[in-house]
Design a binder for this molecule. Structure first.
Ligand code: UD1
Length: 424
């Protein structure tokens, strides 16, 4: 099993360029199923999750041309199957994004129960609530591990859908399904993440009529058909946050190119509270943590524009190293503290109660054998390893490779002592 080995090599310094957003490119690729014509997605990151999504699309009949590394050309002239491949769906939860497009274009979707990071129960009831509201029949066959969604002869019909929680995936799935429904759909309490706006931008270029994406009330006027388009993926705000924290935890300075400050405002605000210097420039974000007097802060994760749950574990790794006690409260997922056990193996002494973690701070971390318990927790372990004494050995790094492009290479270019090894 592959592992990442990290040694403390002092403050990181230099420039890093942010890749296209994983959480944008996956729904964008799913959206290409909505048309017979060719869609070109530019700036797609080279990630395991993207490879999986390409294979899932191919299974439905798409032709995916990835011969040019700067763009993915996807054409699905005919949908030849509406059933997700259980093996692929089992390894990536984002496969469920194809359900909305499949029911909109083909009137049916059969989806094996999804997999992905094990961060809580992660049900899909809100996605299904949306499909039902649009007139689809949903059969939840848990015995055979499948969900079958069938659209009546008369097609999908717009409605008002209230989401009990502003779920990112449910908003995206319903948005895609509603583009080809008859009449108007309104999604109330919709998620407001930048990735939703990115998806709506592509869909509108394809001929959809979506208004107010990025607010909590999205209005979609259904259209007869969508056409091909060209679209560039937005920069990855979670990768941006991860490198901001790499500068902070190593007390280094990093210029993060292609980062959009507007997408990481809570991370900027919280790092400033800890006394990290941050300069915003038209080309990116400069993070300077060479001031050694960094202090504690509290964090509460929330849907966008609140503090992102995906940056919670990397931020916690950083908080173990500053003076004073911090409290981290996770409100988005019910089981996203698995990295605490791993950080404690390194000497962090974090305690948890329900959804709250108390980080005493000011700890000297020691290299240890730790697991990447999920994608972002994996990044947190590497960050901790950058400042620990001795070698940190991170296993289960397939999680990291699902979501970070050229992870090891980017850290090396900033001066990190880090390597991937493919053997035990
Ligand atoms: C997306 C992101 C993920 C991020 C998360 C929250 C992608 C590919 N992944 O995941 O990186 O951590 O947003 O910002 O974009 N929920 C329900 N019922 C549903 C759907 C969700 O109860 O039908 C709950 C979940 O269990 C969770 C919360 O809502 O507690 C947030 O989930 P959601 O916003 O849907 O996250 P994802 O779209 O899965």
């Amino acid at each position: 099993m592959a592992k990442i080995l990290v040694n403390n090599n002092g403050p990181l310094h230099g420039e890093v360029t942010i890749s296209g957003a994983k959480n944008s490119v996956l729904p964008l690729l799913a959206a290409t199923l909505l048309t017979k014509e060719t869609c070109v997605i530019e700036g797609a990151p080279d990630l395991v999750d993207v490879k999986v999504m390409k294979d899932i699309l191919r299974g439905y009949g798409a032709t995916v041309d990835d011969s040019n590394k700067d763009e993915l050309r996807v054409s699905t002239e005919e949908i030849i199957s509406v059933e997700g491949n259980p093996e692929l769906v089992g390894i990536m939860r984002a496969s469920i994004f194809t359900m909305g497009p499949l029911i909109a274009r083909k009137g049916k979707a059969i989806m094996p129960l999804p997999g992905g990071c094990t961060i809580g129960k992660r049900p899909i009831d809100l996605h299904l609530k949306g499909f039902r509201a649009l007139g689809a029949e949903v059969e939840e066959d848990y015995e055979n591990g499948k969900i079958i969604v069938t659209v009546p002869e008369t097609g999908l019909k717009g409605d008002v859908i209230y989401l009990d929680f502003p779920s990112v995936g449910a908003t995206e799935n319903i948005l895609m399904a509603a583009t080809l429904a008859k009449g108007t759909t309104i999604i109330e309490n919709a998620a407001k993440e930048p990735e939703i706006i990115d998806l709506a931008n592509l869909l509108n270029k394809m001929g959809a009529k979506i208004k107010s994406a990025g607010t909590d009330m999205i209005r979609i006027e259904g259209v007869e058909k969508l056409s091909g388009s060209v679209h560039e993926v937005i920069p990855d705000r979670i990768e941006t946050g991860t490198f901001m924290l790499a500068a902070a935890i190593t007390r280094g300075d990093i210029f993060i190119k292609n980062a959009l400050p507007g997408h990481v405002r809570p991370v900027i605000a919280k790092l400033k509270e800890c006394n990290v210097n941050i300069d915003l420039t038209p080309d990116g974000i400069y993070v300077d943590a060479r001031n050694k007097n960094l202090i504690a802060t509290d964090i509460k994760t929330l849907p966008y524009p609140g503090f992102p749950t995906d940056i919670q574990s990397p931020f916690m790794a950083f908080l173990t190293t500053v003076e004073g006690e911090s409290v981290v409260r996770e409100t988005v997922f019910e089981n996203r503290f698995m990295h605490v056990v791993e950080l404690n193996r390194m000497g962090a002494e974090i305690s948890t109660e329900n959804r709250e973690a108390i980080i005493p701070g000011g700890k000297k971390l020691y290299g240890a054998k730790v697991r990447a318990t999920d994608l972002r927790a994996g990044a947190a372990m590497v960050l901790a390893g950058l400042v620990a004494t001795g070698t940190t050995e991170v296993s289960e790094i397939y999680h990291i490779e699902r979501g970070y492009e050229n992870f090891v290479e980017k850290f090396k270019s900033l001066g990190a002592d880090i390597m991937k090894v493919d053997h035990d």
